[in-house]
Design a protein around this ligand. Structure first.
Ligand code: TXA
Ligand code: MG
Length: 353
């Protein structure tokens, strides 16, 4: 398949630039485009064939539901069977933005879009390109993150081109996204709302608006434990995974630096290509040719923004062993550690003093 790659000029009027993309969506085709969280691979959510094509292009298991992206609140009553007050309260505070709500689906949403489930994930993204494209096409857009299944999500047009060129009809490149982590997913169909995936909107922020909210057990998981099964089907798969074997080291900075330096030397001597995922504070203390900085330990937003870039860069550099610090400070710590733990297959070593 020939993929049209179009650069979007953010400082110019958008709807004119999105005509071709809108036409492709209306005709059942697939378009990858930016949202504020990560890039997404979109198709018509009400067209079962478009959903099937998304699974095929990503190489994604078809029991893993897609999020439906909307541009106005009226869509809620079209896509959901009933809309609880909590949904409107959350929408008022966090939409457009990085929050996905799970509701019971209406009959017009095909099972192909929801991975066979009776619930549907709905999000109103805030990125101007996403908003303009939903409006211009008049289509509710079903979309997963725009990466090959299992690979780190994509935060720049180049990443999307690397993963999906030749597999989709069109890729819209509008530069780097602004958040870098996928949306928070909150299930409003359970008796107490449940966070199935932590993201930029925190549990505390949600609790301020609707009161009680809990984490799904799988979100709090800190080690490999096959008895804890995630309620979001996608969260059970190996995910966000770089090609190299990754281990996270947690402990005091001095101890982590000492252990990582010693292991890095040992692995390099054994012929491994070693990469270290460090912070601005510690990067210069590692003796290794590949040290990537996630950002400062005091700036969780910056770390979130660079996370997938760094994981992808390790792949581009052919790194076979990744030694990572743990990033567990700030409101986004839960979301960042969730991605790092999944990327490492839950390999985290807690270092004693
Ligand atoms: O920020 C985001 O949410 C990005 C951008 C592109 O919008 N999208 C995204 O989609 O991360 P995806 O497909 O990579 O991840 C969606 C997650 C999966 O883990 C999926 O299993 C879960 O949401 N999910 C979607 N609908 C669900 C449902 N009805 N019930 C349970 N889990 C659901
Ligand atoms: Mg994804």
């Amino acid at each position: 398949m020939q993929t049209i790659i179009q650069r979007i000029e953010m400082d110019q009027e958008l709807s004119g630039q999105l005509k071709e993309a809108a036409r492709i969506l209306q005709n059942g085709g697939l378009v990858a485009f930016p949202t504020e969280t990560v890039y997404e691979l979109g198709g018509n959510a009400l067209d079962p064939n478009a959903s099937a094509a998304i699974y095929a292009a990503k190489g994604r298991p078809s029991d893993n539901p897609l999020i439906v992206h909307i541009a106005d609140l009226d869509a809620l009553t079209v896509l959901a069977k009933e809309v609880p007050d909590t949904a409107y309260q959350l929408a008022e505070h966090f939409w457009p933005g990085p929050l996905t709500m799970l509701l019971n689906k209406s009959d017009i949403v095909p099972k192909e879009t929801t991975g066979g489930l009776e619930t549907v994930g709905i999000r109103m993204p805030s990125h101007p390109v996403a908003r303009a494209l939903i409006k211009e096409s008049g289509v509710y857009i079903a979309a997963p993150s725009a990466n090959r299944s299992g690979r780190p999500s994509t935060t720049r047009g180049e990443h999307v081109i690397a993963d999906l060129n030749g597999r989709v009809d069109m890729i819209l490149d509008a530069g780097h996204v602004t958040i870098g982590l996928e949306s928070t997913i909150v299930d409003l169909t359970s008796s107490v709302p449940l966070i199935l995936r932590p993201g930029y909107i925190t549990k505390e922020q949600i609790a301020e608006v609707i009161g009680a909210v809990e984490y799904d057990k799988a979100v709090l998981k800190r080690r490999k434990d096959d008895t804890i099964v995630a309620r979001a089907p996608g969260m059970k798969y190996r995910h966000y995974a770089p090609k190299g074997d990754m281990v996270i080291y947690k402990g005091t900075a001095e101890r982590v630096i000492a252990v990582i330096n010693s292991l890095a030397a040992e692995y390099a001597a054994n012929g491994e290509r070693v990469g270290i995922l460090a912070s601005d504070e510690t990067a210069e203390r590692y003796q290794c040719s590949t040290v990537l900085r996630l950002g400062s330990h005091d700036d969780d937003e910056e770390a979130a923004l660079h996370l997938f870039d760094c994981l992808r860069e390790f792949d581009d550099l052919g790194i076979t062993k990744i030694l990572s610090e743990s990033f567990d400070k700030g409101p986004l710590a839960q979301a960042i550690m969730n991605r790092l733990l999944k990327a490492s297959g839950y390999q985290m070593v807690e270092l004693s003093q």
